[in-house]
Structures are given as structure tokens and as C-alpha cells.
Design a protein around this ligand. Structure first.
Ligand code: ZN
Length: 265
């Protein structure tokens, strides 16, 4: 596993705030591009799940406002699993447990059903794309359905434990780790292989609800662009991608814009 495949923050990011109304001409252009795509790939981030009441990492109501990022550092977790687990349960499992997919998730599921969307790469660990019905989901940062033992490698289902009241322990007595990617850990091999295939084939990429703060995931749209893909970005604010690689920027809530696109496909 090389450094470039390890999860880390992209510190070189800048945000610009401005607002504008959704331009219907832009929606029409997006619809045409999507309809004619031979290999449409979606790339999603925390922004798509905000409308499902899952807090993003950054910002006023963000996870980092309440919790210390070191909780998700792999070395810190290995040395302080009990302390980390109480935070991780509140951070993720309590909210994900009750979260439901929103319009944007369902629109992407419909695009897959229509055989237009070939692959969905998500940075999210909330399972909502699966819940909405997508099958071709690449979970770049792992998932919150499974737990793994860092000692013996055994896997368990989250549903086998009562995480509100217990810290999950392996049969070898080691405290289990959620099977999502911690800072300093590598991206799952299976995800890297699928993303490589997607980048080779993609001709249109939908970038939804992600500002490009997390490496190496944020490199994916750049690689797609380098391979000739047309980049449609849906975000509430300009992102790291907008002025560099985005061909069509649709500013607004993911649910509203995806709905408008979906109605015309
Ligand atoms: Zn074990």
C-alpha cells in the first residue's frame, strides 16, 4: 500500500460562497449529456446525505465540531479502542441507524435501473445508496455494516452486536474495528480495482455533494477528466473541482437538482 492510497485530508482547499438559481438550460444540457453517456459514473460525498440528516464532517453542524478527528486515526484507535468506540457510536452508528435515503439517492438508483448509470463510487459509509436500490456501488471508504478484527482478520456483522450497550469484541478477545477506512489506513483493494476500471471507461461523471477535501478520493474526478470525461458537478457551493475540471456546475441541493434531471431522462 503506497502513501497515495492512504486516507488523508487535502489541506490545499479553498471555498467560495455564492448563490444562484438553478438554470434550466443547464439542466437540459446535463440531461442530454447523461442520456447520451456510454459509461456514466457517479461520485458522491457527504453532501448527498445531508438531506438524510447525516451531518457532514466540516461546517457548523459538522462532525469535527463535536468530535476529535484523532478518534478516527488508525494508530490512536489501536491504542485507545474503548475511548474511540464511545465516540464512534455517537458519530456514526446512532445516526446511520435511523437515516433513510433521500430524493438524490433514489434518482441515482433509477439511473442504474435504466442502465444509464454504470457505477457509483461513494465516499460515504452510510449505506444509503444500497438502501435506495443501487447495486453497483463502490464503497471507497468501506462501510458501517461490518466489523473487522485487526488481530485475526475475522469479520462480523454490525447487526450481531448491540453497539449502544456494548463494545464489540472478537472471539480472540481483541476489540473489533468498524470496517470503514480510518485516517492512515489504505483504501480497500476491491474499491481501487473497480475505480481503475471505471476511470478507464467513464465518459460522463456526475460529481455530487463532495468538495474534494479527502485524499486520495478527491483525485478520482481529476483522473476521469484526464481520461476525457465530461464532468457535471452538483454542489451547494463551489468546490475544489469547480474552476479546475468541472464542465457544468449545477448549484443547489442534490435532491432538487437530481429530481429535475431525473424527470427529464
Ligand atoms: Zn480476532
Amino acid at each position: 500500500m503506497t502513501y497515495k492510497h492512504k486516507l488523508r485530508f487535502n489541506f490545499y482547499c479553498f471555498f467560495h460562497n455564492f448563490t444562484k438559481n438553478i438554470d434550466m438550460n443547464d439542466i437540459d444540457i446535463a440531461v442530454e449529456k447523461i442520456r447520451n453517456a456510454k459509461y456514466l459514473v457517479a461520485f458522491t460525498g457527504a453532501g448527498i446525505s445531508v438531506e438524510s440528516n447525516i451531518p457532514p464532517f466540516r461546517g457548523e453542524n459538522g462532525i469535527w465540531n463535536k468530535f476529535d478527528p484523532k478518534t478516527l486515526d488508525i494508530d490512536y484507535f489501536a491504542n485507545n479502542p474503548v475511548e474511540c468506540w464511545s465516540q464512534i457510536t455517537q458519530m456514526f452508528f446512532d445516526v446511520i441507524d435511523i437515516a433513510k435515503p433521500n430524493t438524490a439517492h433514489y434518482c441515482l438508483a433509477k439511473l442504474e435501473e435504466q442502465n444509464i448509470l454504470k457505477s457509483l463510487i461513494t465516499q460515504n459509509i452510510d449505506n444509503l445508496h444500497f438502501d435506495a436500490g443501487n447495486k453497483n456501488v463502490v464503497e471507497y471508504h468501506g462501510n458501517t455494516r461490518d466489523l473487522i478484527c485487526m488481530n485475526c482478520g475475522k469479520r462480523y456483522k454490525v447487526s450481531d452486536f448491540d453497539l449502544k450497550n456494548e463494545i464489540p469484541v472478537c472471539s480472540c478477545n481483541n476489540i473489533l474495528k468498524p470496517d470503514f477506512v480510518f485516517f492512515g489506513e489504505g483504501i480497500p483493494e476491491k474499491a481501487l480495482i473497480q475505480v481503475e476500471k471505471d476511470i478507464k471507461n467513464v465518459d460522463v461523471m456526475l460529481v455530487i455533494g463532495t468538495t474534494g477535501e479527502i485524499l486520495p478520493a478527491s483525485l478520482i474526478p481529476y483522473q476521469a477528466k484526464q481520461n476525457g470525461a465530461y464532468i457535471i458537478e452538483i454542489n451547494t457551493e463551489k468546490s475544489n473541482f469547480t474552476d479546475k475540471i468541472t464542465d457544468l456546475f449545477l448549484q443547489g441541493k442534490a435532491g432538487e437538482i437530481c429530481q429535475k434531471i431525473s424527470e427529464s431522462i
